[in-house]
Design a protein around this ligand. Structure first.
Ligand SMILES: [Fe+2]
Length: 330
């Protein structure tokens, strides 16, 4: 068991080729608050979040996640994390503060996703009309669209799930919670830095690709809110790809849809809490209800599509450079 160094998944840098449409979706449909704009990026946060942003939305050639941000437990833990990342050979280097997030250390995980880890961060506190009356909140609850409360998790593609899980556990102390096995081996695994079932998950990657994600997820407090969100999405003309339903792993209620860039978004509600420090990861088979608790729905084939998709990669030389294992299209 490695010491816990990370406190939370804090932010994702998301790229979209349709900046205006994606911004409208994150703000008006998903219901995030825009806390500012800087150098062409929009910074957004859920109404319940205490930091200045959980999504940095910027223009890019494809819909994808460029960087995954984690806040450490403290300054000492940041220094330990950097030492371990440097020793692992996966360190990239320090980057300057960005919109309230202090100086951060960047690194690449073994499957080619860029992350950053930091301690210093500015808190968000609303003023004026949305200044909170409840002293423990960053702002008034003024729901818009699906009104998600906060960021929940990111699910990434991995060339070798067990290798990567071991790397995350040993390097940074991510806690390995649950996994799904199929005849060909482990096809899903999830880790957490907090009390929820997961804040990061891994699914298999296609040969020759790296750094892709399957989806990003936001949190709603209650299951009834997730079902209300389903109605909001349908009223907006947005197709629900899968759900609402309940996953076996994590026991969370889910639904999935796509934002205008094509990137898959999940909403979660409910689920267990787990603070057992010597938890042993739990294995499932699909027929035990791993994906679908009620065992009455099949996950659609489309859910295996990850981002950027193969079609987008064929269309974009720029994206090939980032997401192919070689820079030459094979
Ligand atoms: Fe998920």
């Amino acid at each position: 068991m490695t010491q816990k160094l990370l406190s939370k998944l804090t932010h994702l840098v998301v790229t979209t080729p349709k900046l205006e449409e994606s911004l409208r979706c994150y703000r008006d449909v998903i219901g995030l608050e825009v806390s500012g704009e800087q150098n062409g990026s929009f910074f957004l946060r859920g109404w319940g979040e205490h930091y200045k942003y959980s999504i940095e939305l910027k223009e890019g050639s494809v819909g994808s996640v460029e960087t995954i941000g984690w806040r450490t437990e403290g300054q000492h833990e940041l220094e330990m994390a950097v030492r371990r990342l440097e020793a692992s050979g996966n360190g990239i280097g320090w980057v300057e503060p960005n919109f309230g997030r202090g100086r951060a250390y960047r690194y690449m995980d073994p499957s080619g996703h860029q992350h950053e880890v930091f301690w210093e961060i500015e808190r968000y506190k609303a003023t004026g009309d949305v200044a909170p009356l409840f002293p423990n909140r960053a702002q008034k609850f003024r729901p818009r669209g699906c009104a998600v409360r906060e960021i929940d998790h990111v699910t990434m593609n991995s060339q070798d799930i067990l290798r990567d899980i071991k790397w995350f556990q040993e390097t940074l102390g991510h806690k390995y919670m649950e996994y799904i096995t199929a005849p060909r081996g482990v096809v899903f695994a999830m880790t957490t830095t907090g009390e929820r079932g997961h804040d990061m998950a891994l699914v298999p990657e296609l040969p020759g690709l790296k750094g892709r994600v399957n989806h990003i997820a936001f949190w709603l407090d209650q299951r009834v809110e997730l079902h209300r969100a389903a109605d909001v999405l349908l009223d907006e003309g947005i197709e629900i790809e899968f759900g609402p339903g309940r996953h076996g792993l994590g026991e969370q209620e889910y639904l999935y849809f796509r934002e205008p860039s094509g990137l898959r978004i999940e909403f979660n509600a409910g689920g267990y809490r787990n603070v057992i420090p010597d938890w042993e990861p739990v294995g499932w088979t699909v027929n035990q209800g791993a994906n679908v608790w009620y065992k009455n729905q099949a996950m659609p084939e489309s859910m295996f599509e990850s981002f950027p998709s193969e079609g987008e990669l064929e269309a974009s030389e720029d994206a090939q450079h980032h997401f192919r294992e070689t820079t030459f299209f094979q």
